[in-house]
Design a binder for this molecule. Structure first.
Ligand code: M6R
Length: 356
């Protein structure tokens, strides 16, 4: 893999996202035709680790809120100690960029052993169709993001998201929760996403300046709500692993129940606001929390919304994770560079955790 004009793979892979999303969303529901039909899916369980786990949390939001299917998510490593109770007609979705993560493979074995009669169907979402996880599953759908070299997952995350939107729309259509017309409407909005992500990438200079202002910051809070809560978690993970900053993601409302006491003038908060034409209830909720934090004297960096430090193109809130994650990836990248960290190879971690 060549770096082309980029200095690091992480940046190159961040910039590949419009193309990856375009490819993944070209026919969003088509790949799922092989799956059990909705009448055979009473529940979905999602198992994954790290960034793939965060994609799974957004998957849960979509499958519950759009498709109306009860969905549970658990980190694969925790599933080993606490497997979900057995259910009939369960679709288990395992998500792994590498397709080789040991904890995910072990969780799949637990699922298989608890289901000798085959009550479970396992769908693997991976970026490697030849991988152990893809091979062990009943169904495999590739995110086809191309090789990801940087240890920090970026383009595979947005590609995993694209598949979860496809899966949720697929079952929502089957369950008559979306008409053909509505599905067409969503498809048109999905088609617009790559160009919107390109617009976000054009804000790199602004984000680089914000990174410079955070050069000596030791702790950062990230807040999101609704479908963007997992984006706060994922942004914090990117910042932790690439910049060694203590970064924590919280649900905005939950932050008020204790963690807000941590804040002082040395701890900035990034507030992730969905950026749609009219303010949604979650945007209002987020702004209220942001105001409370700044009135207490702590800095807030607003991401999204018209008064934001980083202004994002307006889009439906449901699709906003695609736009909100990109500035956080760029922020992590530039903060790492400003600290002279080898961003493609952060300390203590490897691309694929083949043993735990
Ligand atoms: O290959 P996987 O998606 O199964 O990997 C899971 C995690 O190890 C991975 O997402 C890790 O958290 C990344 N370094 C995040 O950027």
């Amino acid at each position: 893999m060549a770096l082309q004009k980029f200095q690091h793979f992480m940046l190159k892979e961040i910039y590949e996202q419009p193309e990856v999303i375009r490819h993944s969303l070209s026919d969003p529901t088509e790949a799922f035709q092989v799956l059990p039909t909705l009448d055979q899916v009473e529940e979905i369980q999602i198992l994954a680790c790290g960034t793939s786990f965060h994609a799974g949390l957004i998957g849960q939001f979509l499958l519950e809120q759009v498709a109306g299917i009860p969905t549970r998510v658990r980190s694969a490593s925790e599933f080993l100690a606490a497997p979900f109770p057995r259910f009939r007609n369960t679709l288990v979705v395992v998500v792994s960029q590498s397709g080789e993560t040991a904890d995910v493979l072990a969780a799949m074995q637990v699922v298989k052993q608890s289901s000798p009669g085959g009550a479970f169907n396992i769908l693997a979402i991976t970026n490697n169709s030849q991988s152990s996880i893809a091979t062990e599953a009943d169904y495999e759908i590739s995110v086809a993001a191309g090789i990801e070299t940087s240890v920090a997952a970026t383009k595979t995350f947005t590609a995993q998201l694209a598949l979860f939107y496809g899966l949720a729309f697929f079952y929502a259509r089957q369950g008559q929760r979306l008409s053909n017309e509505q599905l067409k409407g969503w498809n048109a909005q999905l088609d617009a996403l790559p160009a919107q992500v390109e617009k976000v990438l054009q804000q790199e200079a602004t984000i680089t300046a914000i990174a410079a202002s955070l050069k000596d910051t030791k702790t950062l809070m990230l807040l999101g709500t609704g479908i963007n809560y997992p984006i706060a978690l994922e942004g914090a993970l990117k910042l932790k692993e690439t910049t060694y900053t203590h970064a924590e993601g919280y649900a905005a409302g939950e932050f008020l129940h204790g963690p807000i006491a941590l804040l002082d003038q040395t701890i900035p908060t990034i507030a992730i606001c969905p950026s749609q034409r009219s303010r949604s209830a979650s945007a209002e909720r987020m702004l209220k929390v942001a105001q409370k934090i700044s009135s207490n004297g702590s800095d807030v960096i607003l991401l999204g919304g018209s008064d934001a430090a980083i202004v994002l193109p307006p889009c439906e809130e449901l699709l906003s994770p695609f736009l909100n994650i990109v500035p956080l990836q760029l922020l992590a990248y530039h903060l790492a560079i400003s600290r002279n960290i080898d961003v493609d190879h952060p300390r203590n971690i490897t691309k694929s955790l083949k043993s735990s």
